[in-house]
Design a protein around this ligand. Structure first.
Ligand SMILES: O=c1ccn([C@@H]2O[C@H](COP(=O)(O)O)[C@@H](O)[C@H]2O)c(=O)[nH]1
Length: 231
């Protein structure tokens, strides 16, 4: 297990709430993630503020567009100094390869480039409705193998697929898993879930956790307990 596997999802409708939470968190204990809601509200300034607080930031905008547009968006993210950025694997090989190639033109440290496979909120019935007659695990395996062949550093998947992926893909390939729910916490809109300790023992590299921490009465003690549960 890496020394800092938790990524706290700062999903807030107000940047001051996100920054208040960030100031309570310790950058030695976790990384943070900015998603569509907060980035749309606050823009790149929020990244700068989190960097000033000492955090490594996962910019979770899940880019999905034609190759040139996606590559330029990834380049812009890299220029903001983010630690991790992602695209949708379903954008295809040429799109992912374009994002890998564009990072070669960026000076300085490069972000981890990660592809989203099947959203953790989706189950078989959701896939069927969009014309995919595979179960989530089969579709995750298919997209993860395409992502690896297209030069990605890893994938977003659910922890439920991690042990199967670990058996097939090299150890350096990062497995980033949202849909993490400590025992007894509300599942909400997530469908393919696992507890933090189960996800780590299955082989997840990074656990993305939002509401179970940020909506808790005492977020810092929840984060501490989760870190302790990982051993
Ligand atoms: O497949 C995916 C990809 C991204 N996410 C993001 O992770 C967090 C999870 O938040 P919780 O509150 O712990 O459910 C959220 O920001 C999602 O946008 C995901 O859940 N699943």
């Amino acid at each position: 297990m890496n020394s800092k596997p938790i990524i706290v999802a700062l999903d807030y409708a107000d940047q001051s709430l996100a920054l208040d939470m960030a100031k309570r968190l310790d950058p030695q204990q976790c990384r943070v993630k900015i998603g569509k809601e907060l980035f749309t509200l606050a823009g790149p300034a929020i990244l700068e503020k989190l960097h000033e607080l000492g955090f490594e930031v996962f910019l979770d905008l899940k880019f999905h567009d034609i190759p040139n547009t996606t590559a330029m968006a990834v380049k812009a993210a890299a220029q903001q100094g983010v630690w991790m950025v992602n695209v949708h694997a379903s954008g295809g090989r040429r799109m992912m390869e374009a994002t890998r190639e564009v990072l070669e033109t960026v000076a300085g440290p490069k972000p981890l480039l990660i592809a989203v496979t099947v959203l953790t909120s989706m189950e078989s019935a959701d896939l069927r409705e969009i014309g995919i007659d595979l179960d989530p695990q089969q579709q995750v395996l298919r997209l993860a193998s395409l992502a690896a062949a297209s030069g990605m550093d890893g994938v977003v998947c659910s922890a439920q697929e991690v042990s199967v992926l670990r058996a097939q893909i090299n150890r350096e390939f990062k497995l980033v898993t949202p849909g993490i729910r400590p025992a007894g916490s509300d599942q909400g809109d997530q469908r393919r879930i696992m507890t933090p300790a189960e996800a780590i023992s299955a082989g997840s590299d990074y656990l993305v956790i939002g509401r179970p921490i940020t909506r808790a009465a005492d977020p810092i003690s929840v984060l501490k307990d989760i870190n302790l549960s990982l051993g």
